[in-house]
Design a binder for this molecule. Structure first.
Ligand code: ADP
Length: 455
């Protein structure tokens, strides 16, 4: 079955929908193909937070920030391994992207921010419900309004070329083979490869079956392979990020643990001792946890912190499930919680007491925790057992500042664009929390615009 359009987008996650909308806004006829039976990808299951320097909440709070500071955080957070041109594009356009989501896509942002590890200032906007659901819902609504077709259950399997130019993609549905011909070209927005065990092991032997993954099932690196098959270059494939606060049984990212990101909660080991700064980078905390007894950590907070952060309200279903399964406990005394998990009770109480001392002086003498230190003293207490899981693949297709895919000689592959987690080199060795949503927005928009405007 043959379809003819100006632009075909592979993947209806965040980057794909954003690119499709921008291409349409610039006059193109657009179709999106999505291999799953539902849109959203990893964006849907993310917290949806968006790092934007100089944003409106910062202005309200009188927090000073700049694009330059954000740029430096990206570079430093990735251990100086980012492509500086791409990092600059992200830093310079992040605020505009957030305004576009708010004003053109009607994404509702809450009247607060989160403070993610590795950022030097609080700058992460929070979509309603602290969830990617709000983003995907509004993007799908906009796509529909604009008449963009999203073909679900449609798996892109091969790029079609003519005269050295990408002119479409072959795709498979359950019952048929399709050819999506695209006059302007194809945008790959198929996400990373966190759910592809073989691919993970191929590039980084440490990321084997022992490590769980937060990713949805469809995130198997397809776009990277499609690109490679026609000579596209890849970069940084070995840099795979784990998220520290995940379900120790099934790998799901635990939003209940976001109490930590408000600057509350301490992280201890089975011996009852803190072992890392709770607002450190994801890779640092993850690695620290794997070094502890049983490869797990325990986040401890109190009732006031739970109420103040609204975490239980926002993630009610997850919270209740964790309680039911005994992975999270609500206890009147720390002794009781320690007993449930077999944590050293005396040391745990000692750690809490010491920490509370630091909250009084505002200085964490052990780990120099940044952000406001909040006292942990209002029972009931909560203890959450956590383990790291694979979360984000930093590597992927090589693109330039116009989101054009490059070949191994650094030359533009005509008609081929890419945006989102499928691309590499923006975040270096380590992507900071809330930078992915900024990335998919900024580069999704660039890809959507350029595929129409570039000749
Ligand atoms: P990003 O964060 O970069 O936007 P997401 O993970 O949110 O990426 O979305 C990627 C989407 O691409 C997912 O919905 C995924 O199911 C889809 N996808 C992956 N591979 C293919 C493919 N071969 N054909 C069509 N869609 C795909």
């Amino acid at each position: 079955i043959k379809h003819e359009n100006d632009v075909v987008v592979i993947g209806a996650g965040g980057a794909g929908l954003i690119a499709a909308i921008e291409a349409k806004n610039n006059g193109a006829n657009v179709v999106v193909i999505e291999k799953m039976e539902f849109p959203g990808g990893n964006t849907l299951i993310s917290g949806g937070e968006y790092a934007a320097p100089e944003n409106w909440i910062q202005n309200q709070k009188g927090l000073s920030d700049s694009k330059e500071t954000f740029y430096k955080d990206i570079i430093k957070g990735g251990d100086n391994e980012s492509d500086i041109k791409l990092a600059k594009v992200l830093a310079e356009n992040a605020l505009n992207g957030a305004l576009w989501l708010r004003d053109s896509i009607n994404v509702t942002f809450e009247n607060r921010q989160m403070f993610f590890g590795g950022h030097s200032v609080e700058r992460s906007l929070v979509p309603e419900g602290a969830s990617g659901v709000e983003l995907i819902k509004k993007l799908m609504k906009k796509a529909q309004e604009l008449g963009i077709e999203v073909h679900l259950g449609t798996n892109g399997i091969e790029l079609i070329r003519e005269n050295n130019r990408v002119i479409g993609v072959k795709a498979k549905t359950e019952t048929a083979l399709h050819e999506y011909i695209a006059k302007n070209g194809v945008i790959i927005a198929s996400g990373g490869f966190g759910s592809n065990l073989e691919m993970r092991k191929k590039y980084n032997s440490k990321m084997d079956e022992k490590i769980l993954s937060t990713n949805t099932k469809g995130i198997t690196g397809d776009g990277i392979i499609l690109g490679e098959n026609i000579g596209a270059d890849t970069v940084d494939m070995e840099y795979i990020q784990t998220y520290p606060v995940c379900d120790p049984v099934n790998g799901s990212l635990l939003y209940t643990g976001d109490v930590r990101l408000a600057g509350s909660a301490i992280l201890v080991n089975k011996e009852g001792k803190r072992f890392v700064e709770e607002l450190e980078r994801r890779d640092v905390i993850s690695f620290a946890i794997t070094e502890q007894t049983d490869g797990v950590g325990y986040l401890v907070w109190d009732q006031k912190q739970l109420d103040d952060t609204g975490v239980k309200k926002h993630h009610k279903e997850e919270y209740e499930g964790l309680i039911k399964r005994g992975i999270l406990v609500k206890v009147n005394t720390l002794d009781e919680g320690a007993k449930h998990f077999n944590i050293d009770a005396k040391e745990l109480k000692n750690s809490v007491e010491k920490y509370n001392g630091y909250t009084k002086t505002g200085k964490d003498l052990e780990f120099e925790k940044r952000g406001g230190l909040i006292t942990l003293e209002t029972p009931p207490y909560y203890i959450l057992k956590v383990a790291p899981a694979i979360h984000h693949t930093m590597g992927g297709l090589v693109i330039d500042e116009k989101a054009r895919v490059l070949d191994k000689k650094g030359k533009v592959i005509k008609g081929l664009y890419a945006a989102g987690e499928v691309t590499g080199d923006i975040h270096g060795k380590n992507r900071l929390g809330s930078n992915a949503i900024a990335d998919i927005t900024v580069f999704g928009r660039i890809a959507g615009k350029n595929i129409v405007l570039e000749k």
